[in-house]
Design a binder for this molecule. Structure first.
Ligand SMILES: [Zn+2]
Length: 422
């Protein structure tokens, strides 16, 4: 971790480069990574050959669209021999694992230099918001693995607490009472509910860092109201480390000096303001190259510069995971950002999960509290019907608990049938 500080000055400087200079930097690294991946991994060599291209065809950022997209499943199928460059292995790399929202977990190997550069780039977000190594930092970890890595942080003032039910979690956070609190927005939403319900005092963070999932409209306002502080959004992925983060003017800046982010729809890059799937290319990880890798999140690019003065491009809207959607019989998609706020704003719901077992049937499982009366249930049913439309039958089921696999990020919508999600 300390080695990351070596790269911090250049990470700091890069965020203020002009868009033109950032493009030059990206193109130089893209050419290097494409060459390297073609020569050293059978996966990229075969993909390039199938597309009839060689590294010499990729000179500018515009040329990147000639390279075929790659999925997590393709990488998993050839891991490790087809994707790890010669000379690298788990013994000389930093190993991360994806959170496995879809139950599919992938190991990611980072060579030392890449790891430290990416760490430095992730750290500049903290520095931009006035967070310093001596501030007490509490991270709510969703897995024992994350807890272990947080606990071994060289920053002695960083404390990990394991995700659990909201009441005991609020108690754990109260005991630490950190300067900075970091974790999933849904976690803090639950914690704030617990604080409100039980009049818990003594949790007074100055900054709440949220990430790992989309914060639904209203959540941030609520968290900020209860904790009397502001929230900062960040967007990352285990395969990349940090991808984007929010500056104090509220823009989500892409870490363009470590990752090329494209927004793709039906094979084409979308125009600014239009929604596309996020496709990423890591510019530093030579141990395990990711070139045009489908991250599976939906977002829209922006062409408006931010008034904070950073040249890093901006993501306009981040809509969350492509697979966290209900697929209508018509093929239309309803993202959980449209449904989950309704459930969160309904009184008397301790926990919920949405299961779609066929295109025209959705089951909403609810762990009820006393306030969840029949009237409340009927109102919720009507509101959900409004969102999903008349082609879908909705059943609300009251259950004792929702099964959560503690090792993986919780998926709110589970589909039990194969559906083509474009
Ligand atoms: Zn900005």
């Amino acid at each position: 971790m300390w080695k990351a500080f070596y790269y911090l000055p250049s990470a700091y400087k890069n965020q203020f480069l002009s868009p033109k200079s950032l493009k030059t930097l990206q193109e130089k690294r893209l050419r290097y990574m494409v060459n390297h991946a073609y020569r050293n991994t059978s996966l990229y060599r075969s993909k390039f050959e199938a597309a009839g291209i060689t590294p010499s065809d990729i000179a500018t950022l515009e040329d990147i669209t000639k390279i075929p997209l790659v999925t997590k499943e393709e990488i998993k199928a050839v891991f490790p021999d087809g994707i790890i460059a010669p000379g690298f292995s788990e013994s000389n790399c930093k190993v991360e694992t994806t959170s496995g929202t879809s139950g599919s977990i992938l190991k990611i190997l980072f060579n030392d230099e890449a790891w430290n550069r990416l760490k430095a780039i992730a750290l500049r977000n903290y520095f931009a918001h006035g967070i310093r190594p001596w501030h007490k930092f509490c991270i709510v970890c969703s897995s024992p693995g994350e807890y272990e890595s947080v606990s071994s942080s060289p920053f002695s003032r960083t404390v990990g607490v394991l995700e659990k039910n909201s009441e005991p979690l609020a108690e754990d956070i109260r005991r630490v009472n950190p300067y900075v609190l970091g974790g999933h927005p849904s976690t803090f939403f639950g914690v704030c509910r617990a604080i409100e319900r039980n009049d818990i005092t003594g949790i007074t963070p100055r900054i709440v860092l949220i990430g790992g999932e989309v914060a639904y409209p209203g959540w941030r306002d609520y968290i900020e109201k209860i904790l009397k502080t502001h929230t900062i959004n960040k967007y990352g992925a285990a395969e990349m480390n940090s991808v984007a983060w929010e500056c104090d003017h509220g823009s989500m800046h892409i870490d363009a000096d470590s990752v090329i982010v494209e927004f793709v729809k039906e094979g084409e890059q979308v125009a600014p303001g239009e929604r596309g799937e996020i496709v990423v290319t890591n510019l530093w990880n030579v141990a395990m190259p990711f070139i045009r890798y489908r991250l599976g999140d939906l977002a829209a690019p922006s062409d408006e510069p931010c008034c904070c003065g950073r040249g890093l491009p901006v993501i306009k809207e981040l809509e969350g995971r492509l697979d966290d959607v209900v697929v209508l019989p018509s093929g239309g998609l309803i993202p959980c950002t449209r449904m989950c706020p309704l459930l969160h704003n309904t009184p008397g719901i301790a926990e919920f999960g949405i299961i779609q077992d066929n295109p025209s049937h959705v089951v909403i499982r609810i762990v009820p509290r006393d306030e969840f009366t029949e009237d409340v249930e009927n109102t919720l049913h009507d509101k959900m019907q409004n969102v999903l439309g008349s082609s879908v039958t909705i059943d609300i089921k009251r259950v004792d608990h929702i099964n959560r696999d503690k090792k993986i990020k919780f998926k709110r919508i589970q589909r039990t049938f194969e559906a083509h999600v474009p």
